[in-house]
Every structure is written in C-alpha cells, then in structure tokens.
Design a protein around this ligand. Structure first.
Ligand SMILES: Nc1ncnc2c1ncn2[C@@H]1O[C@H](COP(=O)(O)OP(=O)(O)OP(=O)(O)O)[C@@H](O)[C@H]1O
Ligand SMILES: [Zn+2]
Length: 710
C-alpha cells in the first residue's frame, strides 16, 4: 500500500521499532483497530501513518493499546522539543533490548562457569540461560502471532532455539539467544543516531529570551514569544526566535541552521533565524514567527517527514522480506526432512542444519540496510543546509544528468546595481531615473530595488503613479502626470515603440558586456534606458566546476536578454540561453526529459520559476530559506551557495552507493552462509554470528554517512 499524509491520514510517533519486522507487526496491529483502513510504519523515522475513512477518525487509545502489546510506545504528533526527544532517546542499557543483552549475556557467562566447575550439572545451566533469554522473544513472537504475523524474526528464533534444546545443543542455543539480542540492539543504532542528529537541531534554540516590555528586558520562555514582540539579544547569545532586526547590527553565525560557514553582517530590516549565533553586536529583534513555525522547527519537521517517506529501494526490500521468510521456513523443513528420507542422514544432523538455516535466514541486516543509510544521508544533509524531501528525491538526485540554473539570484548575487542611465528625446538622465524609479516603487523585482535605490542616492523626489502594474517577465507600467509609461526589456519595448538604430546599438553594447537594460517608453516613444549589472556570485565558478567534476551538465536558463545571458554564461563558462519566459524554461526541461538527456534538475529561487521547478525530475530551491522555496521544492539549499548543488548531488550519490553496499553485504553474507550451512560446513552459532556481524557492518557503514565530507 502507498500512503501519503493527507486529510484522511494521521501521523504518529512510535518509539521502540527498529527493523522491518517491527514495521510489519506495528502495521498489522494498527490495521486491526476498527476504523483504520491502512497503515504504514517506518522504523528509521519512528513513525506510523494511519489512514481512515474521512469523518471517522479511529480511536487513538485503541491504536496505542495495540502497539503497547507489541512493546512499542505511541505518541501523539507533538512538535519536537528538546525535552521530549531527550526523554525518548534512553541510553542503550536502559532499553528493554539492552537489558535483555545484559541479562542473557550474564547468564551465559554464569552457565559457562558453572559448567566448568561442576561438569555433573550437564547442560542444565545452558538450558536455564536459553530459557530466560528466550522468554521475551517468545512473548513478542506470540504477540505478533495474535495480530496475524506468523513468520517473524522472533518466531523463527523461537523455533530454532527450542529445536536446538531438543536435539541437545544447549550451549549453542544459549549463545544464539545472546547474539540475537545483541543484533536486535544494534539494529536501532543507526536510525537512532540519525534521529538524534536531527533532534539536536531543536536544542539549538535557547529556552529563554529577553523580551522587551517597554525598555525593560524580562526573561521569558522562548516558546511563549508571539509575532510583534521585541526581544533583546546580547553579543554571544543564540537567537531565540525568527525575527527582523529593528535596531543594531552584528555578525551572525548561521552555520548551525544552514551550514553557511562565513558569519554574515546583518542590520536593521534583515531577517534573523532562531538558533543562529549573535557574534558581536547587541540587537533588538521583532519576533516574526512563533516557536513552532520558525525555520528550524520547519526544517526538523521536513526532515522527519522525509525520513518517514520510504525510498523506492526500501519498498522493494520490504516486499522482498515478505515472501523471503516463508520461503526460508519451507527450505528449512525440506532440509530437515528430505536428507534422512532420501540418503539416510541421521535425523539429529539434518534437524541441526535446518535450525542453523533458520537462524542465518533472519533478514535483519537486509531490512535495515536501506533505511539506515537513507536516514543517515538525510540527516547529514540537513546538518549542512541541504534539505532533501525523502528517499525518492534522494534517489533521483543521484541520477541527475543535467541541471538547469536560473541566472538572477542563482548564478548571480541577485543584487543588481545601476551602471548607466541613457536619456534620449530631450529628456535628461535624472528625469529618466525619476520616472523609472516611480514605476518600480511597488515592484518586488531585484531590478526595481536597484533603480529605486539609485534614485534615492541622487536625492530625487518620485512622482505619483496611477494604475501601476507589474508585467511578469517583462517589466512595469503605469501613468505619471498623465503620460502612459512603460519600463520594460528591450525586446518588449521594441514591440510597443520604435527604437532607432543608434539607441539599439547603444543597448546591444551594454548587453554584450553582461548588463541588463530596461527601456523607458512614453506612449510609443523610447525616452531613455537604464543599464544594470548583477555580478556573478563568488562561488559560481567553483559550484559549476564541482558539477562538471560529477559529470553533470549545467545549463543557464534566463529570463534576461540573450546577449547579456550569453555574456555572463561566457564569463562563468556555462552553456547559456536567454529571453526565456517561465513557461519556456519548463518547456526546455521537458524537452531534455523527452530526448533522453535527463533526468533533469532545476535550480531556482522558487518564486518566479515554479513551473520549471515542478516539471523537473528534481526541483531545487536556493535561497536563504524563503517560505515558498522550502515547502514547494523537492530539495532546498539553505545556504545561499552554488556549490551546494554539487554537494547535494554528491551526498545523494554517496548515499546510493552506501545503500548498494549495504544490500550487497547483507545478501552476500547471507548467501554464503546459507550454502555452507545447508552443506553442513558451518554450524549453529557461526550462523548467528554471521547475521549479527552483517547487522553490525551495515550499521557502521550507514553511520559513515553522518560524517560525509562535503
Ligand atoms: N520590474 C522590472 N523592471 C524592469 N525590468 C523587468 C522587471 N521585471 C522583469 N523585467 C525584465 O524582464 C526580464 C525577465 O524577467 P524575469 O523576472 O522573468 O527574469 P529574471 O528573474 O530577471 O532572470 P532569470 O530568469 O535569469 O532569473 C528581466 O531580465 C528584465 O529585463
Ligand atoms: Zn526488530
């Protein structure tokens, strides 16, 4: 079943699950509750998604009860907080699994000692050790049986250990029980680590804030702050909330939130993020978001959702494990029964081999191989300002062959500056600038900000504009003192006005040097033009070079005129196309996909390039955490750097390689020992060692991703 979070689904946190077997049991238990129509569990994320008929939500307490019977704890979907996550993550020896390891291990050691001191006791001490260690396993096998899950790891284990006792291999079965407990304990380690590295983010926000009541700072709980309140932040403090600076200026270290290494100077009207560090100046900040909506809380929610959404590989492995277990049981029965009947092998020998087979078959390592790696990859990315919305996105990111990048704000800083003002037809330069700035006053385009700023520098008074309107991808228009005015790209200006050859030549020259030109048209006469230049980002070259090293083709798609796009493209050494409307960019991406040049990614600010972001295999939003971008794109770069794109792809590839290595390790070890056991070369406890060993290897390998180098 495929589920997604919607209005007829509800997501719960569940603690205690740590492998595919746990997931299946939890799903089986939840779907038995009346009203529940489907469920999906994810051990790595510690989540259970429950679907139900709209209007009749199922009884939460009943679901909780059903899960408790299996040893899992249901929590309602509370927002993450340092306290709750700290409480959920107990030290290993405090968990039931840890205690089972300690108790069964101690009993095994004791049995060994007794056996040496009083050989007369025979196997009795080992039998006792086995039975004690087996007790929780039997209980959990029984609970799973009651919800209809017959072939669980625990039921295999119960049969195997009991069988070993019956054929007189008590010492082995005691060892087997301990190793099984160790393996179970280890299974959860990678996903717990991954989860912890995310919930650690929430601990970055200070608990308290110094709220200004009038001019008096009062210490209050940070999560009680509401938008509009003002807080005082001293040098060295962590910022307690998302907000806007109303007084002061300081260098802010944002690395904890977005991985941006260089501290940035921010002052009045700049946005600050909760969890970042105020380096050197005192700031007064107006709160803009409540604690539960601040950027860091949103990041944590996104990453948790991402971990809960299974990658296609993980689904495949789940399906595989489903038929694999019964198949193994059938094989074990055949191995026990056939050789004695066919070639007269001793029953004790054939049963022994069959039991060993059951033990190796435990698919724990295989089942955690994929989710562990993906959870680690997603966490590692989030810690470096690379947000990936789930395993499926991660898979496609690693396969990208071509990436389209916007020019403005992506490859360039997005802060153009006016370089030239041209005046034609008896107008003077200040006149052109004054009217252009008046038109731009309401526009949100970076060009607008630059023109208004330049007019301000020259101390110009801006006239009133009537009927002002933005022409998306073209420019702005309105009436000033009765004149119809348009400020637009030369291409559009050429359509509504006649541009003489001299003017055209002037503009072409500006464009060829990489500048953007906006033409001021009065009625149907071009009266002047303003040229602006937006410098490439410092790291644009490095970022593109890194993409080239990964063998990914990078193409610039720009709404700016083709000549200046080409000039910037040449400067950066990237294939460039200009004069594209947003839908043209989407069409270009679709073309690549159709012609087999994709999978294609699209990087943009997520604001005026939404169609292209959506049509790409992976839409990557870039920018300092703009609201739209975070939630609509498939992946987001919180640090405002071109180099982040290659980091994102590199991380995805590393994760995919890790997944493949893990699957190969788990399946490979399993295959080898299946054969050697069936042939009678290796015995019971090598079999269990192999399974525990594979679990350890897979876990360690996945955890390497938490230290991935960017
Ligand atoms: N407010 C404006 N003032 C002046 N010109 C504008 C304005 N808005 C758009 N234009 C013109 O339209 C062109 C395309 O704008 P659009 O917003 O689609 O692209 P962009 O974001 O500037 O560039 P890119 O696609 O490279 O990111 C601009 O290069 C500019 O010439
Ligand atoms: Zn388990």
């Amino acid at each position: 079943m495929t589920l997604s979070a919607g209005d007829t689904t509800r997501r719960y946190r569940v603690s205690g699950m740590d492998c595919g077997g746990c997931e299946r049991k939890a799903v089986a238990a939840a779907t038995r509750v009346t009203g529940v129509t489907g469920a999906e569990a994810n051990a790595a994320a510690g989540t259970l998604l429950v679907s139900f008929d709209a209007g009749t939500p199922p009884d939460e307490a009943a679901i909780g009860q059903a899960l408790r019977g299996l040893g899992y704890e249901l929590k309602t979907n509370e927002p993450p907080s340092p306290e709750s996550s700290a409480a959920a993550e107990k030290a290993w020896w405090q968990t039931p699994k840890g205690q089972l390891v300690l108790v069964s291990g101690a009993l095994l050691a004791l049995a060994g000692v007794l056996h040496l001191l009083w050989p007369g006791l025979g196997d009795a001490p080992f039998v006792v050790a086995t039975l004690v260690g087996l007790y929780p396993i039997v209980t959990s096998a029984w609970q799973a049986l009651r919800v209809g899950e017959v072939f669980t790891i625990e039921s295999l284990m119960t049969v195997a250990a009991a069988g070993a006792l019956i054929i007189g291999a008590a010492a082995e079965s005691a060892v087997v029980v301990v190793l099984f407990a160790v393996g179970e304990l280890l299974e959860g380690v990678a996903s717990t680590q991954a989860r912890r590295s995310i919930s650690a983010l929430s601990a970055l926000t200070p608990r308290t804030a110094r709220r200004l009541d009038g001019d008096e700072p009062v210490e209050v709980a940070a999560d009680s702050l509401v938008p509009g309140e003002r807080v005082l932040i001293r040098p060295g403090d962590r910022i307690p909330c998302d907000g806007r600076i109303v007084e002061g200026g300081s260098h802010l270290d944002e690395s904890p939130v977005n991985g941006e290494a260089e501290p940035r100077y921010k002052s009045v009207d700049d946005e600050v993020l909760a969890g970042t560090v105020n380096r050197d100046g005192a700031l007064t900040v107006a709160v803009t978001r409540r604690a539960e909506d601040n950027t860091i809380a949103r990041i944590i929610r996104l990453v948790e959702d991402a971990q809960a959404a299974k990658a296609p590989v993980a689904r495949f492995i789940d399906r595989f494990a489903r038929w694999y277990m019964p198949a193994v049981v059938a094989l074990a029965v055949a191995l026990a029964v056939l050789p004695p009947l066919a070639v007269g092998m001793a029953w004790s020998e054939s049963v022994y081999r069959a039991l060993a087979l059951l033990l190796i078959a435990c698919p724990c390592a295989l089942v955690i191989s994929t989710p562990a790696a993906i959870a680690a990859g997603l966490s590692s990315g989030a810690r470096h300002g690379l947000l990936i919305k789930g395993g499926a996105v991660l898979e496609s990111l690693g396969k990208l062959k071509v990436v389209a990048l916007d020019k403005t704000g992506t490859l360039t800083a997005g802060i153009p500056e006016v370089t030239d003002v041209l005046a034609w037809q008896s107008a003077d330069e200040d006149d052109v600038l004054r009217r252009a700035a008046a038109l731009e006053r309401e526009s949100g385009h970076p060009i607008a900000a630059a023109i208004v700023a330049r007019a301000g520098e020259r101390g110009l008074d801006l006239p009133r504009v009537e009927n002002g309107r933005a022409l998306a991808g073209i420019g702005v228009a309105g009436q000033v003192a009765g004149d119809d005015l348009t400020l637009a790209s030369p291409a559009y200006a050429g359509r509504i006005a006649v541009l003489d050859e001299a003017a055209k030549a002037q503009m072409h020259a500006l464009e060829e040097s990489g500048k953007t030109v906006a033409v001021l048209v009065k009625g149907d006469v071009a009266v002047g033009a303003i040229a602006l230049r937006d410098e490439p980002r410092e790291d644009a070259r490095d970022g593109l070079a890194a993409l080239a090293r990964l063998g990914v083709r990078a193409v610039m798609l720009s709404g700016d005129n083709p000549r200046s796009a080409a000039a910037i493209g040449k400067l950066l050494g990237i294939e460039a196309y200009g004069g594209l409307m947003p839908e043209d960019k989407a069409a270009r991406v679709a073309e690549w996909q159709r012609d087999g040049e994709g999978p294609a990614g699209k990087v943009g600010d997520g604001i005026n390039d939404a169609p292209a972001l959506a049509s790409a295999d992976v839409g990557i939003a870039m920018g300092s955490g703009t609201d739209v971008a975070l939630e609509t794109a498939d992946a987001a770069l919180l640090k405002n750097r071109v180099t982040g794109i290659a980091e994102l792809i590199g991380l995805s590839r590393a994760t995919l390689v890790n997944v493949k290595t893990n699957v190969a390790l788990a399946l490979g070890l399993k295959a080898v020992f299946l054969v050697t056991t069936a042939l009678g070369i290796t015995g019971l406890w090598i079999a269990v060692m192999a399974d525990t060993g594979a679990t350890v290897l897979v876990t360690l390998n996945a955890m390497r991703l938490l230290r991935h180098r960017y």
